[in-house]
Design a protein around this ligand. Structure first.
Ligand code: F6P
Length: 550
């Protein structure tokens, strides 16, 4: 199998990178008045300005050549066509079918998956309408006021992020809560505010074997029983979202109260399936369908647009350019929208669980860097925390600014200030401020020559720091759906270039295995010697301190 670094475009990019040294974004803009017009794309209601990247036409051609040589076109066809794109688990990855609005069948393993998808959506509609309209009642006959989603990873981050992001469209009576951490504080703090008579629990787990989720679900059930409910009342307060009907029944949830999905839905790609129930309860099924439509429009764009006009491909190839040629292995997500405050956390799982891999598809060790570290906070908060490092630190951190032009909570000139800050940051990162400019500025501010010489190095900005800006009219179900699908496909394209499997996650297994045996040791309470000295020491020290406390 040809590995990425053996492709001729990869080698040409290495040479080109060396030639690019000394080329600055400032110069590229100064010498080309059409740069902004040429480096922009639009799809599914999203606008992308990628002109503030350290690329020339030659870079762009070579990146597209690399995408072509890595067979992005064939691989995306395999993804959409339900082929086994996750060979280590022997599965297709058909999140695109979950939002397929075309009316066309989607076949995998000889079966059209669309009838089951549409049937579950219909059940979700009926159930969510009943809860929203106050027809679904708790065991004392009261309407549901609070919904607690118990899940972790993909069964938490997606629904939590999207429910927050679409908070402007939330149901008046229903309050959504999310419990993920096995730390009892998370459940205890959440339940403290709630009334068992009017609380509905959603146990969300693809496998229904996840330790954290099952522990929280058992404790939540006990809380309900302690509040006076009987076993028979549990069905009015618990529903499950899962692929595992046996485990759901074993837990004590009536399969009638289970909304299913399928093994070809990856955990971190599951928001579009029954895992979206918290979001559906919050915004209603009609708006959830808009959310699916937004994603489907992005799917259609990704499927059909040529590589040079394809937004997910563009974002992916820019990441490859920085990650593999500039050695810049961190990527900042800066949404200038408070509703998107959990978007970076959601993208962390999407990108880092997908592309945090060290072997190629054939199991051989990778010969290039793979997925970057993704992080972020909503703007403008980051500006007053870590933007210092972006502007003047030694690391180059490509940044995605995400900004709606319209606020859903217009107050005075707040949104103008937000937009101004967003545009100012990308300009400052790109342009910087030279010694000459500073000299003039400091002279006009009345600094003496001595003071100026002492401070000028500290106050200079090198600039030349890359960013993308993704703009939309506003954050609504449709634009959010498109935005998430954009990043899903970006991550997929990166995986194709690096020739890795983005749909498995073996790296989470070892810790899970060890935690199981350590938990047994902790509950037995005897001093241990079977681990390394540090782990033995920590376990034994914790046992001693816990005994002292008891
Ligand atoms: O441990 C990682 C992981 O398997 C994720 O991939 C997944 O989203 C999460 O755990 C939760 O899994 P489940 O939905 O099966 O409880």
């Amino acid at each position: 199998m040809t590995q990425p670094i053996d492709l001729s475009a990869w080698q040409e990019l290495s040479v080109h990178y060396a030639e690019m040294q000394g080329t600055t974004l400032r110069d590229l803009f100064a010498n080309d008045q059409t740069r902004y017009q040429r480096y922009q794309q639009q799809a599914a209601g999203l606008f992308l300005d990628f002109s503030k990247n350290n690329i020339t036409d030659r870079t762009w051609q070579l990146l597209l050549k690399l995408a072509d040589q890595a067979q992005v076109v064939d691989r995306k066809a395999a993804l959409f066509n339900g082929e086994i794109v996750n060979p280590t688990e022997g599965r297709a990855a058909l999140h695109t079918a979950l939002r397929n609005r075309s009316g066309n069948p989607v076949i995998t393993g000889g079966t059209d998956v669309m009838p089951s998808i549409l049937a579950v959506l219909q059940r979700l509609r009926i159930f969510s309408d009943r809860v929203r309209e106050g027809d679904w009642r708790g065991y004392k006959g009261q309407m549901i006021t609070d919904v607690v989603n118990i899940g972790i990873g993909g069964s938490d981050l997606g629904p939590l992020m999207a429910t927050e992001a679409l908070g402007a469209f939330a149901h008046d009576r229903l309050n959504l809560h999310f419990v993920s951490n096995v730390d009892g504080t998370h459940l205890a703090k959440t339940l403290k505010k709630l009334n068992a008579d009017t609380t509905l629990f959603i146990v969300a787990s693809k496998t229904f074997t996840t330790q954290e989720t099952l522990s929280n679900a058992h404790s939540a059930k006990q809380w309900l029983l302690d509040a006076g409910a009987a076993e028979a009342d549990v069905s009015k307060h618990f529903v499950a979202l899962s692929t595992n009907i046996e485990k759901v029944s074993e837990f004590g949830i009536n399969p009638k109260n289970m909304f299913e999905f399928w093994d070809w839905v990856g955990g971190r790609y599951s928001l579009w399936s029954a895992i979206g129930l918290p979001l559906i309860l919050s915004i209603g099924m009609d708006r959830f369908e808009q959310f699916l439509i937004g994603a489907h429009e992005m799917d259609e764009h990704f499927k059909h647009a040529p590589l040079d006009q394809n937004m997910p491909v563009t974002l992916a190839m820019l990441t490859v350019w920085y990650n593999n040629f500039h050695d810049s292995n961190s990527h900042l997500i800066a949404p200038y929208d408070q509703y998107l405050h959990r978007f970076p956390a959601y993208l962390q799982q999407l990108t880092m669980e997908s592309n945090g891999k060290s072997v190629h598809q054939d199991g051989s060790a990778v010969s290039c860097a793979t997925g970057p570290i993704v992080w972020g906070e909503p703007g403008t908060n980051g500006q007053h925390a870590y933007f210092q490092l972006l502007h003047q630190g030694t690391h180059i951190i490509p940044t995605d600014f995400i900004v709606p032009v319209e606020s859903l909570n217009p107050i005075g000139n707040h949104h103008e200030l937000l937009l101004a800050n967003c545009f100012a940051q990308s300009e400052a990162l790109m342009m910087g401020k030279s010694g000459e400019e500073l000299t003039l500025e400091m002279q006009s501010e009345g600094y003496s020559n001595d003071e100026k010489d002492r401070l000028i190095g500290h106050r200079t900005f090198s600039g030349n720091r890359p960013s993308n800006t993704i703009m939309m009219q506003r954050i609504d179900p449709k634009s959010l759906g498109a935005l998430i699908a954009l990043y899903e496909h970006k991550v997929f394209v990166e995986s194709v270039i690096w020739n890795i499997n983005p749909f498995d996650q073996w790296g989470v297994e070892l810790g899970k295995q060890l935690a199981k045996s350590i938990q047994t040791e902790l509950s037995e309470g005897k001093s241990v010697s079977s681990h390394d000295s540090s782990t033995n020491g920590l376990i034994n020290r914790a046992l001693k301190l816990r005994n002292l406390q008891a």
